[in-house]
Design a protein. Structure first.
Length: 84
């Protein structure tokens, strides 16, 4: 879950592109409280790189925090989708 100025700055769009480059599968969505939630699965190094990207975000974003939660992979995802 990413806190800060993360909605209205194309965060989800850019995250989908970054996840595609890293072969991370899952989804991203805006939350009603202004944060963004991401679920990602892939190689541990790839997921770590996506988390690092989320700490910066796209141009215009101002990330103030990232709350990470890890669990076993589910293999439920074949792509990285933007939920609206």
């Amino acid at each position: 879950v990413i806190d800060g100025l993360v909605q209205g700055v194309c965060f989800r769009h850019y995250a989908r592109i970054e996840a595609g480059k890293l072969d991370v599968r899952g989804w991203i969505r805006n939350m009603s409280d202004g944060r963004v939630e991401v679920v990602g699965e892939g190689a541990p190094e790839a997921v770590a790189r996506l988390v690092a990207w989320c700490r910066r975000g796209p141009p215009g974003a101002r990330v103030t925090g990232v709350q990470e939660t890890y669990g076993p992979p589910t293999d439920d995802y074949t792509t990285f989708e933007v939920h609206y």
